[in-house]
Design a protein. Structure first.
Length: 276
């Protein structure tokens, strides 16, 4: 057995509680899904910001109902957590991209240029983190953003966001996966799950509050630096194909098709690069 993991929940609470009144952080041995558990607690009356970290998930969820499970992984081989807090942006468009950019920056502040040796942490629209370089593209992790409108104590509706993040920390089998799995150890073998949480959690709060104030537009250029699809032929789940041309100020994916440029904004549309 490896050395016990030391989770930074106390330090995170001390850092975030002054900015998020009532904030709590909790480590769960096992849960079906950290996002689902956050939603349960919110609907049961939870009214303070909440961070839930799970050593294992038995029914983790991704976008479009895809599964993200970690119950078979050794403790610390994956990081799964959810952050819930009230948020009131003028528009929710592009939030998953803002979250992904925050996470990628914290995991790898200065990725090597395309084609240079070493893996690059990049973003696949709208909510996946990939590794490029050193072999085929690999999925490092994924993001699930959900919102809920709940009645506040004053009987006014408050919109909450629940951001779920799952990351492979150590190597894992790619059997049964749509694409090979990548892991944080490819970026730095010293990474462990508590270190990743410590690097991500507080900047994630900063990113959410910045998004609330300014939206996604200021992040278009930084996102472009890590855009895994830009300049590539992609296929939408409705069968249309075209050349990905980056994202707009609202986070919509721009795709040049035979009929012209379209903007893909629907969360129900899946986009995949086409092998050439």
């Amino acid at each position: 057995m490896g050395a016990p993991l030391h989770w930074p929940l106390e330090a995170l609470w001390q850092a975030l509680a002054p900015r998020l009144p009532g904030f709590t952080a909790e480590l769960l041995a096992s849960v079906d899904s950290t996002n689902t558990e956050c939603m349960r607690r919110l609907r049961a009356g939870q009214s303070e910001p909440l961070l839930l970290v799970a050593l294992a998930q038995t029914a983790g969820r991704g976008r479009l109902g895809r599964s993200w499970q970690s119950e078979c992984a050794a403790p610390g081989a994956a990081l799964t957590f959810s952050l819930a807090l009230p948020l009131a942006p003028r528009s929710w468009s592009g939030l998953s991209l803002a979250v992904g950019l925050c996470v990628a920056r914290r995991l790898q502040e200065a990725p090597p240029p395309p084609g240079a040796p070493g893996p690059r942490a990049v973003l696949k629209w709208p909510n996946d983190l990939w590794l490029q370089g050193g072999g085929p593209e690999r999925k490092l992790g994924g993001i699930l953003v959900e919102t809920a409108s709940l009645l506040a104590p004053a009987n006014s509706a408050t919109r909450w966001v629940v951001v779920g993040i799952g990351l492979n920390v150590a190597p894992r089998s790619s059997e049964g996966l749509a694409m090979p799995a990548g892991c944080l150890h490819e970026l730095d073998p010293r990474w462990d799950a508590p270190t990743a949480l410590d690097r991500i959690a507080e900047p994630l709060v900063d990113a959410l509050l910045a998004f609330e104030a300014y939206g996604f537009a200021p992040l278009v250029a930084p996102f472009a630096e890590r855009d895994a699809l830009a300049g590539r032929l992609v296929r939408l789940s409705d069968g249309r194909e075209g050349l990905a041309e980056g994202v707009g100020p609202d986070g919509a994916l721009r795709v040049r098709t035979a009929a012209g440029v379209i903007e893909v904004a629907s969360a129900e549309v899946s986009v995949r690069p086409v092998a050439v």
